[in-house]
Design a binder for this molecule. Structure first.
Ligand code: SF4
Length: 265
């Protein structure tokens, strides 16, 4: 079973290599029978994939993890995306009892107390809802890119996920950030305004900050932790470059927002 999954993932990755995003999505649907789930964080990479999925109108479900601690701008992006494409993004929320217990024991921002507390918060807000989102899925699509950080440098177009019994597909794994920006501009894709304010990677509000030019794209995530402890549990990766607490970005790069009058907002 595991070998078959591995072989199927390798074959899929090879076949995807020469295709554009539209062709890759079509191939994923053809090669993976069963439930297909794309998880979006509503970040710019995921917005590019969401655009392609909405245009294709295929059978790949679009879901998100509503941690309850997202930026207001992220909720705005969510609403704008649903309006622009006439779609619903299905949300998976934390289990009520788990959230209530954590907040009662650790406090509303108790994830700062320790790495264990932070991982527990990511556990009930992200990891457990993700497991429900992927329940019964044969394929899991993400917007991961190899260039996002050193830990993601080996991100393949497709890989076996034996623990979940599915194929994990990263259809823009080989795109650069410039490729993403170009796609978003050319296709009038709505994106989170925080990307124009120095946030290349956007997660929960209290755990994400802007980065400086030249820093790792994910350097603003859990910046107070030691590099070796930074994992949220959704995507397993190696240590990231660390960022000194208290630093603020000196400057940041922006992309030029493009507004398509044809899209309803
Ligand atoms: S990123 Fe922060 S707020 Fe969000 S789930 Fe993890 S620890 Fe909790």
């Amino acid at each position: 079973m595991s070998f078959q999954l591995e072989q199927a993932a390798q074959d899929l990755a090879s076949a995807m290599a020469g295709l554009d995003l539209k062709g890759r999505l079509r191939l994923i649907e053809a090669r993976i029978p069963g439930r297909l789930v794309f998880t979006t964080s509503l970040g710019i990479e995921d917005q590019a994939v969401t655009h392609a999925l909405a245009m294709a109108q295929g059978r790949i479900e679009i879901v998100t993890l509503n941690t309850g601690r997202l930026f207001p701008e992220t909720y705005d992006t969510w609403a704008e995306t649903e309006s622009a494409y006439g779609i619903r993004i299905r949300a998976y929320a934390p289990e009520r009892v788990a959230e209530e217990d954590f907040v009662r024991q650790e406090g509303i921002n108790g994830f700062r107390h320790s790495v264990a507390a932070r991982q527990a918060c990511c556990g009930f807000r992200k990891v457990e809802p993700l497991a429900r989102a992927l329940d019964g899925a044969a394929g899991w699509l993400t917007g991961l890119r190899a260039g996002q950080s050193a830990n993601r440098a080996d991100t393949p177009l497709a890989e076996a996920d034996p623990a979940r019994g599915l194929i994990k597909v990263n259809p823009i794994a080989d795109w650069t950030r410039a490729d993403v920006d170009r796609f978003v501009i050319d296709n009038y894709v709505p994106y989170n305004v925080l990307h124009d304010r120095g946030f290349p990677s956007i997660g929960c509000a209290p755990c994400t900050r802007a980065v400086k030019v030249g820093e790792d794209e994910r350097a603003g995530r859990w910046w107070w932790e030691q590099a070796s402890k930074k994992e949220c549990g959704l995507h397993i990766h190696a240590p990231e470059a660390d960022v000194a607490p208290g630093q603020e970005p000196a400057a940041f790069e922006t992309i030029t927002r493009n507004t398509n009058p044809e899209l309803a907002r």
